[in-house]
Design a protein around this ligand. Structure first.
Ligand code: GLC
Length: 817
């Protein structure tokens, strides 16, 4: 397996923390200087209005309040009256759906008002607050915005201190390995390679300077769009204050109105974009290892899957497939004929995904290095020398992905691998990680899309721009096929280019729990297409931990087993037949659920709905629910609560409002209650919401293996009116952008001994099957008659007693009596 062993890495991977200015500065005379004075905004002396921008001043400093939409207001501070360039890697072009906005002035305040939000600026002390249209204040400054000169580079540290309300709970923040509610925590954003990270360790790999506050039952969000090192203090230092600040750049934040958490998340997505729609194979089960090599091992693993009939869509090649860790090359000793291998794997239903790192080996005979060098594409230090550091290939230089020309070039480098048949790419070590010193020194210069800056400004978006370059390059290379990318480092907006995983976790029960927290957090932070290394990257799980993790994996938007090379084998059969059987059953479950999962990915892509939904998001009006962290909804119809302890025989699960069918027995439970569920090893708490119409595929060994003859729809009876959505298309092309897709909307209504299903269909895609097999689950009455669009259809029975009907897939109305 991997040539480089765990201990060596642990030694090499000194975290960036050890190189922080503050630690290096111990005994530095600079620290003995008197503290730099913080400067605060003073009284407002006036304002000017320019369209939807209102610029207030205290005579010197300026504050711009911009109405972005009816629900989103941006605030910027210019301490000396000059705003910085209005450029963002996170925020996409705004549609300005502001129907109306105006400004009112009274003795004490200015009020900038949209249809839904009032932003109040107090004349006396420049305090900014936000309330809803009825005057309920959700977010207010505790102190005026302030700043201090940054002695390191002559810019400013910028600060914003808000009130924290007594009942206020905080969510979001990206990949933090902490409890869902961030209250009482201080977090830092500085992308870091954190091998074997611990609970509450911070910073980690990603920077998502966005949080959601919930107070008095209502939610709002703050997105602090600043790529420098940023900090958030959620009522940690002072119980009544929440602050965020940065070591440079502009104090620029978006207030995002709710009042539902879901509204905030959707609006944050409208600002920063949604996930691309993945090819369907990318949401199947993936098998990874550091590393599968040589070719024979890859083939053996693949054929073992097929032999044991355990579904799998992708096999990953980690760094050892390369020649001396040189990106875009093959080690011909291990992989003499990669094209043949990939095409054989493909014929057997496997996609091949390979690793690409940013560190390019310094080697005059290596074309990537030569091209990068000749074109001056690599990052340089303040003194003009190239930025050099050690990563897997040894001495490396690093492309400056913040330069658009470099991104274009980088995108073209994938051509060879794409021609070889590689279907997906995995960008790693892009915090960026450098052995021995953590990351780049601060003085490295970056193009920053023409808004030049040092590494202080570009560090947190380096990985995002790398995977952007990858994705955009692949879009050209694959033409009408959807690319699949995965990245470890990210900044807000990365979802437009990539899926993510949570990095080098550990095979412990604690880490399984951390994963449950991280994926829920990522999901409400814009990065819904996320997963953990199932089974744990470092260390050795036993069969039980591995299996419980696999169960959670079924409900992880990205489902991949991965592990370090010096750990025990991690294939679903590696722990013996009993565990294998359970893992197989759960991987099969993932494949049964594929049409549902694909639909929730569409809902993410099209409408910005998060894939994992914490109970807080479902029922924010009950305070207790804001603190629940183990159960979550996967899409809007399935609720799960993964088993997180060894030997656990039962679990208490809170079920939100409605009726819930326990998936494995169809036993029905009433919501808004906690229920105790037995948790034998081959089951987990998993519920389908009553009233749901859940599509199901037959088990396939990989996406597209079988022609669907008729789509199975499970109807879970519940009184009242219930809406379910389905989505389908080619599964891997961009034809959906030309409306070649099918969105289905089902309305199920039931009352007493009668039920009805209506279907509306939208889009130009034609399914390849003509029928639905509709299974009637939990109907409290004997079904005597089913009429579909005026025609009586026979009610059929399975041997096990299940009742179903076969109807045309484009039916409009079915009545069930
Ligand atoms: C990093 C990645 C890990 C990968 C390893 C070797 O540790 O996080 O997933 O296997 O590098 O490439």
């Amino acid at each position: 397996m991997g040539d480089i062993k765990k201990e060596e890495i642990a030694l090499e991977r000194v975290t960036e923390e050890s190189f922080e200015g503050d630690i290096q500065h111990v005994n530095n005379p600079v620290l003995d200087l008197p503290e730099i004075e913080k400067k605060y905004l003073r009284s407002v002396t006036g304002y000017v209005k320019d369209g939807n921008n209102f610029v207030f001043t205290d005579g010197k400093a300026q504050v711009e309040v911009k109405v972005v939409t009816d629900d989103v207001i941006r605030v910027r501070l210019a301490p000396q009256g000059a705003f910085l360039d209005d450029f963002s890697y996170a925020v996409i072009e705004q549609e300005k759906h502001t129907h109306s906005y105006d400004i009112r002035e009274d003795d004490k305040n200015f009020h900038v008002k949209t249809n839904n939000v009032i932003c109040t600026i107090a004349k006396k002390d420049f305090l900014v607050s936000f309330s809803d249209i009825n005057g309920k204040t959700l977010n207010a400054d505790h102190a005026p915005m302030h700043w201090e000169e940054n002695p390191d580079f002559g810019g400013y540290y910028v600060y914003c201190t808000k009130k924290a309300y007594e009942d206020e709970v905080f969510f979001g923040g990206g990949d933090k390995a902490s409890n869902l509610n961030l209250r009482g925590r201080r977090i830092k954003n500085w992308n870091s390679d954190t091998y074997s990270f611990a609970f509450n360790q911070d910073p980690l790999y990603k920077t998502i300077p966005f949080y959601i506050g919930v107070t008095q039952g209502d939610a709002y969000g703050i997105f602090f769009d600043n790529t420098f090192k940023t900090f958030f203090d959620f009522a940690a230092e002072h119980q009544d204050q929440t602050s965020f600040w940065s070591e440079g750049g502009e104090l620029q934040y978006y207030y995002i109105h709710g009042p539902q958490i879901m509204d905030v998340v959707q609006r944050y997505h409208a600002l920063t974009g949604t996930h691309f729609l993945p090819p369907m194979w990318a949401i199947g089960y993936h098998q990874c290892r550091w590393s599968y090599y040589p070719e024979k091992m890859v083939r053996d693993v693949a054929s073992e899957f097929r032999k044991r009939e355990i579904p799998c869509d992708a096999i990953y090649l980690d760094i050892d497939y390369m020649e001396g860790y040189r990106c875009f090359t093959w080690n011909k000793q291990y992989f003499p004929d990669p094209r043949k291998m990939i095409s054989d794997l493909s014929a057997n239903g496997f996609k091949t995904v390979v690793m690409i790192d940013p560190g390019i080996k310094v080697d005059e005979n290596y074309w990537v290095f030569k091209e990068g060098h000749d074109n001056k594409y690599f990052c340089r230090r303040g003194d003009d020398y190239f930025m050099e550091g050690f990563v897997w290939p040894g001495r490396c230089q690093f492309p400056d992905y913040t330069n658009p020309d470099v991104r274009t070039w980088w995108g073209t480098l994938y051509k060879g691998l794409v021609d070889d048949g590689v279907a997906g790419f995995w960008n790693d070590m892009n915090e960026p990680a450098v052995f021995g010193r953590g990351t780049f020194p601060d003085d490295v210069r970056h193009n920053y899309d023409g808004y030049r800056g040092s590494h202080r400004k570009a560090h947190n978006i380096y990985g995002m721009q790398m995977v952007r370059a990858t994705y955009e390059g692949l879009l050209k290379l694959y033409k009408n096929k959807r690319p699949f990318t995965i990245t470890r480092a990210a900044y807000s907006g990365t979802q437009r280019y990539s899926s993510v995983w949570t990095g080098d976790n550990i095979a412990t029960w604690e880490h399984l729990r951390i994963g449950v927290l991280q994926l829920q957090r990522l999901s409400v932070s814009g990065l819904s297409f996320c997963g953990t290394d199932i089974g744990g990257f470092t260390g050795n799980p036993d069969g039980e931990l591995y299996t419980r993790w696999m169960q959670f994996g079924v409900f992880s938007p990205f489902m991949r087993v991965h592990s370090a090379g010096d750990t025990r084998d991690r294939e679903p059969w590696s722990f013996g037949p009993e565990w294998e059987a359970i893992c197989k059953k759960f991987i099969e479950l993932r494949y049964r659920l594929l049409p549902y999962i694909y639909s929730i990915f569409w809902q993410q892509h099209k409408y910005g709905l998060p894939i994992l939904r914490p109970v807080a998001l479902l029922e924010q009006h009950v305070y207790k629910n804001l603190l629940r962290e183990e159960e979550f909804a996967f899409g809007d119809k399935i609720l799960v609560s993964p088993v997180l302890n060894p030997g656990q025989m039962s679990k208490v699960v809170y079920l939100p409002k409605g009726e819930w069918f326990y998936y494995f027995t169809n036993e029905v439970f009433k919501g808004e209650e906690e229920v105790s569920i037995p948790t034998p090893l081959d089951q987990m708490p998993m519920f389908i919401k009553g009233g749901t119409i859940l599509p199901e595929y037959p088990v396939m060994q990989y996406v597209g293996e079988k022609k669907i003859e008729a789509l199975k729809l499970n109807v879970y009876y519940s009184e009242g009116e219930h809406h379910s959505y389905g989505y389908t298309d080619h599964g891997d092309t961009f034809a959906f952008e030309q409306n070649v897709y099918l969105e289905k909307h089902f309305i199920f209504t039931a009352e007493g001994n009668k039920a009805k299903i209506l279907q509306q269909r939208d889009g130009l895609f034609t399914e390849r099957y003509d029928d639905y097999n509709i299974y009637l689950i939990g109907f409290p009455f004997e079904v005597n008659q089913v009429i579909a669009d005026g025609i009586v259809v026979p009610v059929l029975s399975k041997e096990n007693g299940e009742k179903y009907v076969v109807v045309d897939n484009d039916f409009k109305k079915i009545t069930i009596e």
